[in-house]
Every structure is written in C-alpha cells, then in structure tokens.
Ligand binder design. Sequence first.
Ligand code: SPV
Ligand code: MN
Length: 641
Amino acid sequence: MILSHIYIVGRFHGEVMKILKNRLSKSDYQKLMQIDNPAVHTFIAKYIDLCNPKKVFVYADSEEDIKRTREAAIRNREEGKLVTEGHTMHFDGYYDQARDKEKTKFLLPLGGDLGPEINDINRDEGLKEIHDIMTNIMDGHELHIKFFCLGPTNSPFSIPCVQLTDSAYVAHSEDLLYRQGYQEFLRQGPDARFFKFVHSQGELEEAGLGLLVSKNIDKRRIYIDLESDVVYSANTQYGGNTIGLKKLAMRLAINRASKEGWLTEHMLVMGVNGSKNRVSYFTGAFPSMCGKTSTAMVTGETIVGDDIAYLRNIDGKTRAVNVESGVFGIIEGINPDDDPIQWNAITNPAEIIFTNQLVTDNGHNYWNGKPGKCPEEGANHSGEWHKGKKDKEGREVKPSHKNARFTFRMDVLDNIDTKIHDPNGVEVSGMIYGGRDSDTWVPVKEAFDWAHGIITFGASLESETTAATLGEEGVRKFNPMSNLDFLSIPIGQYIKNNLDFGNQVEKPPHIFAVNYFLRDKKGEFLNDKDDKRVWLKWMELRVNKEADAIKTPTGFIPKYTDLKRLFKEVRYKDYSKEDYVKQFTIRIPENLAKLERIEKIYVDRVPDAPDEVFKVLGEQRKRLEEAKEKLEDIRLHLGEL
Ligand code: SPV
Ligand code: MN
C-alpha cells in the first residue's frame, strides 16, 4: 500500500532500494542488483512490504539453492519423506484439491469484457480485495523468491518469470517443473518482459502426518492482472491454483500470444516414430483427466511435453515447445500394465513429490487403483484414515483423491525426446483434439483441412467433467481446444487466432480428433486404453501421405485394412471387422445433436464468434443430413472394407 502511494508521487526508487536493503541479506541484495531491470526490484519490494514475511531468500539457479528449497519443504512440514529415496508426500487441504474456477478471476478495467464464459472482477475492486487479503499474510513465514523460464532458455519462445511464494512446496514443485531462470534474467536485463507471481498459502493448520495445509479456504483467491502481467494467489496450496508458471502463467501467455500472433495451447507435444527412423511431431489438446499425459507417455514414442505448448510460425513452419520441463500428472489408476513408463518413473528412487495419497506407517504411498492390497489405515489429505471413513458430507473418503498427483522432472523418463530443450522447438506435423465423449465421435478421424479441424474438432470440443476442477462430475461441458478454463481473451478472438495461424504458415499441420471414451449402447467402452498407440501410428502415416482414408461427413476415417495391419504390428492383436464397424460407424443422430448444441453455444454465449464458425458448422450439418438419408449405405460401406 505504502509503495503504490510512493509510486504516484514518483519517489519510489529510493523507497524500493530501502526496503530491499532492510529486508534482504547482503548476498541476496547483490543477487537482485545483478539483474539489470528496475521493474524486477520494484515488484519484489512491493510484495515484501505488503506480505511482510519473517524472512526472505533469493534463489539463483544453483544446485545448492535447489537443495535449499527441497529441505525447506520438509522443515516447514509441507512435505513428509516417504520410504523410497527422493520421494515425499504433500497434502492439500481436504477442500483444496482442485482448481477453483469460481474464485479465479481476471481483473478488468471499467469497460473491459472477455465475454460471458470468462470470470472477471473490476480491476480496482479486485486489486483492493486481494491486497487487503495479502496484507501481512506471510506473517511468520519465509518468502522464497525464485526465477524461472517458460519454454527453453535463450530461445524465441523464452518468457522469464519471477515467483514470490511462502510455500516451499510450490517453490520445490517449480524446481521440478520448470527451467531455472535467474541466468535468463541476467541475459535479458532491461529487455525482459517477464511474468510475475505472488502466492501465499496463508495461515496454516495441521492435517494428516502433521503436515500443514491452508486454513482460510474461504479467502482463497486467484486474481490475474493482464495489464501488469501479475498473478495473485492466496489461501490455497493445490498446484493448479498456486504453481505460478503452470495455469496462472498460461492465462498471461494466451493474452500475450494473441497480441503477437502466436499460440499458447493446453497441449502435449510428442514424437511418433515411423518407418526408417522417421519421427513426426504432434501436439494434442485434451481437457484435464482425458488422457493427455498417458498419450504423451505412450509406449514406443517420445515425449516432449504433456500439458502446455507454445506454437510459433518460424520461417513459415509451425514449431512448438514444451513450456515446462517436468510433469504434474494424475496418479489414480496408474499400474505397470497400462502405464509402464509412468509406473517405472514413480516407483523408483528419484526426486518426486506425491500429493494427496494414503501414507502407511511404514512410509509407503498408496493410490486408488495401485496394484496390491489397499491398506486398512494410514494418513491422507483427510487426516487419519481408515477403510470406510466418511467425510462431513457423509461421502466415503477414498485412500487417495481422484486428482491426486505426482510431480517429477522429465529427465526421470526413459522416453524423453532428444529435442526437448531445442530453442527452436520441434516442427509440428499434426494436431490432435480429444475429449471425454461416450457416444458421438469415432475413435480417430482427420479433418478435411485446417478450418474444418479447428472449428468442428477444436472449437467443438466437449467433455464430460472430471475431478480436476471442483464441482459435479460427468456433465457434458463445452471446452474449446480444452483451453476454456485458461482463456484470457474472448473465445471468438481465440478461435480467430487459431484460424489465422494456420493460414499464415506454409503448410498447416493436419488436424485429428480422437475419442478414447466411446461406449456401445450397453455402456461398455469400445476400446482398450492401449488402442491409442494404433491411432497415433495411423496419424503418422497420414501426415506422411502413406495411408488412404475414407471420407465421411465428419472427416476422414481409417480404412479397416490399415488398422488391421497396425493392430497386428503395434499390439500383436487381431482386429476384427466387427469391432471396426462398431467403432467407426458414424453416429449421425448424435453428431447432428452435437452440432445443434455447439451452434447454440456459439449463438448464445460467444458474441464475437467468427462467421467462419457458422459457415463450417453449416457445411457439416448439410453433409450429415445428406448422409442420414442414406444411412444404410454408410453402414454397408464400412462393413465391406
Ligand atoms: C489440469 O487440470 O489441466 C492440469 C493440472 O494440468 S492443473 O495444474 O490443476 O491445471
Ligand atoms: Mn493441464
């Protein structure tokens, strides 16, 4: 507060230096002064002054500093050691287990409007509220000041970031998930257009194992200021609300990308191996808990990233980087048969933070669906736990939360792609969109062209809700490009940016849609988890023009003969024609119903929808209606192949 006043009267430089000198050790002060960027100093001084921590430490990329954070997380009782070397458990409060969409808001100046789907609050009002909440919020805590880089360092994609947090768990997570960025700040100096994050877990209370969790959940707020590239997060610990560089930075990056003509996407990046050592790169957007990480880590292929990608037009080519360098993945159900790569990574000694799982008294962790017998008792995010425990609402408390996670550096994986840190990223040949869809889309299809893919796949994505956000599960929700939760620009503008991007590169990537969740009329899944390996190989052939396809009203689908061969090669399985027909018959009434829903959403809820959306959806409707007349023929046609 004091500083914003001083700001106005223009004497702030002296005041900034005074605060930093008073509150930092000599060596920390020196570390900051080596960064030739007064805006870094001002931001840090302002929030030291406001949040008023007991002590402050400035980190600068070194191994020793990274170790310091790791130790602080144990010392502060934010993480407890497990029996396997390097493994720790962190708990988030029982009611702090997912992204809080309701309390995540953009601070918008008077007259600002991001459309009806995006949560906002008046900027002055929001700033006042969050500054009030954050006044003295770090009382008794240590403030960790850390520098990171989004995207590879020293690259056209790099965005330096400064994180202020009183949570050593958040700082530790960021050490695992991101590239260190102090050197990047030194390199970019006054030119650094950096993102800023200030987080406090607020007052703490004891949970299971004596670990500490945020107490004042009613004062949980995540406020994003696009004007100054600052994100505020208070009274929460869950990673999606607190790890600044993850979904908080993503919102700032979407806004910046929109102004500069590149894309920030909720996408995996992976290499798919073809014949003769050929590797083709794909990006893939899936809503949370819909198979994004498991696709990125599929056996036989290589991973560049599993969650967030930046895409740029570099010399006419679509190039993508993984913004991160670690994984914050969902642990539920991970087992050695379905997920051998993830299983190996999380069951061997390495630096891994587990969250919100059961810990037994011999220091082992158990998650829902882990092979072996479920322990009878232990401690988890609900406190002491025993089989059959009920919560305040009378619901059974499972050993782990559905959104329980693991966090590790990607270098623990055996299938890491060699280009992960390439400053120019990888060249993208294909983009995949997928959601949780029980009854409409076929397991894999390819768009006719860029606009068809962006509009009828990406912008038409719906997904049945999961435990990654607070609220009811299993409800079909519109989620364009799986990015709706993170959009910081109006939806129509975002779709237009995607359409424009493809028109500006020499040869836009092929666009595909997948559906891992298709069921038959009895409600049985029509595919195995591992079938995605076959779909990826088919896409790899398509982008290299090595497979024909069947044209249907909703896109190109694979030919039976190609899938039969691929199932044999990849999964050593006989793929029956009967299965093919069940999986790939175009469900015309469901597709028409979906079109209707999507068109209505764009009419009612996206005031700035580009005309092209309606044009392309209209063409799709016409094709589907024509096919409806000849439904019998389509079934026969598929059956014959
Ligand atoms: C997601 O929910 O999409 C995640 C985890 O990747 S979170 O950090 O919560 O966003
Ligand atoms: Mn995600």
